[in-house]
Design a protein around this ligand. Sequence first.
Ligand SMILES: [Zn+2]
Length: 65
Amino acid sequence: MVFIICPACGEDVKISDEAKEGDVIRCSSCNSKLELYKVKHEFEAEVIEERDIDTNYFQDEDDEY
Ligand SMILES: [Zn+2]
């Protein structure tokens, strides 16, 4: 069984034993899309589509005044 650390939320994410570099998986904790890549013999993941967990407040870029 192989685990990686989700770079978005820091949780362990289980990946398939047959996972390979370039596979896109989804973190079961934060639902971000992660792309796998290998560093030496270990998998790591890169966020390709981040889901906000519950920090949806900081979107006040409105310039309408
Ligand atoms: Zn996550």
